[in-house]
Write a protein that binds this ligand. Structure first.
Ligand code: ZN
Ligand code: ZN
Ligand code: ZN
Length: 223
């Protein structure tokens, strides 16, 4: 359990704000990743607080500079940097613990949260909301050009998801789908060329039914 960095009281789940002293803690980096705050200023702005972000140098095999808001402790990663952090922080995962993966997500999102669109810290355009790794349960904010914003706590969630085998599960599912797709194609020679998207954005073509059934069956297996 994370503790308040000011008074050491245990922090409730899903928040970085202490019930006792009201101060916020960096639940993602404090006592988890060695890092150093750089003096150089950045022009990037926190999408939650509208304040300039700090540059944080993470000590890793290949040191990495990310940005952090000193008020809400959200983090901004340039493209590809989150993958590097996940890879260097969590390795040797060979088992998939589906129950744990589901619990991690339930703990984090007990109720429905209001959807808000944040502005990119760099270009200030609205970012896209994307489920990281398709099913991680962490909805991240992404600027296609500049990178990914994580609210405080989301990096920890992603690391737990990966430790529980979430990324393995994702790869497994992608491989399964690909295999099914190829089997369908082999079973129906020439079917691939019959694919087309109709004007409603749906599939049309001879393999539509069987493909949908396959996906439905796969989803059934998962839940
Ligand atoms: Zn406190
Ligand atoms: Zn902030
Ligand atoms: Zn941007």
């Amino acid at each position: 359990m994370a503790r308040c960095t000011s008074c050491s009281a245990p922090l409730p789940a899903n928040t970085n704000c202490c019930n006792y002293c009201n101060s916020r803690s960096d639940v993602d980096l404090h006592a988890k990743h060695p890092y150093r705050v750089e003096k150089s200023a950045t022009h990037r702005i926190c999408p939650n607080c509208d304040k300039p972000l700090q540059t944080i140098r993470l000590k890793m095999a290949d040191p990495l500079a990310i940005e952090r808001c000193h008020t809400c402790f959200g983090l901004f990663f340039d493209r590809g940097e989150i993958e590097t952090v996940l890879q260097s922080s969590v390795s040797n995962v060979f088992d998939i613990n589906r129950e744990h993966i589901d619990n991690i997500n339930k703990d984090r999102y007990p109720k429905q949260q209001k959807i808000r669109y944040l502005k990119c810290p760099d270009c200030r355009k609205h970012m896209n909301r994307v489920n990281f790794g398709q099913r991680s349960g962490v909805v991240i904010d992404q600027c296609i050009i500049h990178g990914i914003w994580l609210d405080s706590g989301e990096l920890t969630h992603l690391l737990e998801w990966k430790k529980a085998g979430g990324q393995l599960l994702q790869q497994e599912q992608a491989a399964d789908l690909e295999k099914q797709r190829q089997q369908q194609q082999n079973a129906l020679p020439g079917a691939a060329s019959d694919y087309s998207f109709n004007s409603n954005g749906g599939f049309s073509g001879t393999v539509e039914e069987s493909l949908l059934e396959t996906v439905a069956r796969l989803l059934d297996k998962l839940f």
